[in-house]
Design a protein around this ligand. Sequence first.
Ligand code: SF4
Ligand code: SF4
Length: 543
Amino acid sequence: MFCNQCQETAKNTGCTIKGVCGKTEETSNIQDLLMFVCQGLSYLTIAARKQGIDTNAESKHITNCLFTTITNANFDEKSIIQVVKDTISYRDQLKSKISVSDTHPSISWSAKSDAEYYEKAKEVGTLTYDADEDIRGLKQYVLFGVKGMAAYAEHAFNLGFEDPEIYNFMEESLVMITKPISLNDAFNWVVRTGEHGVKVMALLDKANTSTFGNPEISKVKIGVGTNPGILISGHDLKDLEQLLIQTEGKGIDVYTHSEMLPANAYPNLKKYKHLVGNYGNAWHRQLDEFETFNGPILFTTNCLVPPRKTTTYNDRVFTTGATGMPEWKRIEKRLPNGQKDFSEIIELAKTCPPPTEIETGEITIGFAHNQVLALAGQILDAVNSGAIKKLVVMSGCDARQKTREYFTEFAKQLPKDTVILTSGCAKYRYNKLQLGDINGIPRVLDAGQCNDSYSWAFVALKLKEVLNLDDINKLPIVFNIAWYEQKAIIVHLALLSLGIKNTHIGPTLPGFLTPNLLSAVQQQFGVQTIKTVEEDMKIFKLA
Ligand code: SF4
Ligand code: SF4
């Protein structure tokens, strides 16, 4: 195996024996094989569209395959082998309808036994993408960005919002990886990936706000009630809505977990009184927090952590969508009305004790772009009067490494005339600190999930317009981003494509960036890795 797609990759170069995330060699290889057969299917979807054939079903399937291989989404190699077979079946059906002149092996390869799948899986990893390490690194950069893009595209299509151009770009990218390309063209492809990242985040923003309303400032309880509970994790708001509909009036409380926290700010979700609050923290603390939750847990998307040998909650955890874990059950059935059938989870919840309280109090969320723009006058006044000196975007991901304490320390040491703009699960490093407010504006403004980093780009562009600046980098905004998995890669690329320079990312730079690529990214975009809190304060002119 070789996997270097996330920030925790071994020695910051690549996991080669077993994933730091817990992914086994077999699962990692089968995920590579899934990308290989998706390349074959992409050759055909692109050709089919040129021949006037609708490929929407195939494009959605490719999107789901990309999402399945994202960090901490799916550890169930058996179910992934089935998805490989489904992909080959899509491919061969399409092949029978069109003429295709390309001859890449992914267009014709198939196997007769699972043993053959495992054998082939060893030959198609990302190290085979190019002999030149810089071009290979750029192809990996595109692939990982496209995986993040797929996650957002899938959430959007689940809500009925699609953009064929995004599907086409993801498929063109999968095909590009199979072909020779110059360094310059590969670099430009990375830049284009960021441009499509902006589009997909805008699409998802539209899907979420059109369906559930604009997030509004909301206080969310972090303690517990006395009813049995269901905990819902991941990012898919439609799954949450269906769970809320099906649990209404049943004496069960629904709690959000990790990246589902922002759901509590959407009017059409918070209207359900049995959505009672958020339980726990960022994903990596689930090993302890699921024990004390006591009731069933539903994973709609990543981040899953493989259970410990001593874990007692395996029979309480359910997966759906792109997620999977061999020890946990999957929600496969649908109700006659088309909704996912959560009755098994609901029946189980009724037999469970209520959650054990691990925290008390509340946190304030709901500062997505619409709400922030409503406060724009107040924020501008505070900036103009000097009450707010700088806005510090600290969006991104959280993870388990000790080095991430940097972000808590950075938040604590920020001068009192700064405001943190956050989104993604990175927020859990500081969203329960009492950082106070500036003239009634909280010092931590939480826009929502990682894709809601789009809100900060949106707000920055509006401020540039209002302040009549010729360059977005002249705004009093700095970016100190915590990255972990591929959604953070697409978010960061999107920010770069909007012209935002001198971003800091950490705790480390991506392992797939070779020294040459690092220097190119630094030259063109001024990207730097985080240093110490004190050094970064000076660089950002905060100290
Ligand atoms: S997802 Fe990250 S931790 Fe898991 S195998 Fe890949 S690089 Fe390693
Ligand atoms: S923001 Fe990233 S790291 Fe955090 S839960 Fe979502 S996918 Fe996982």
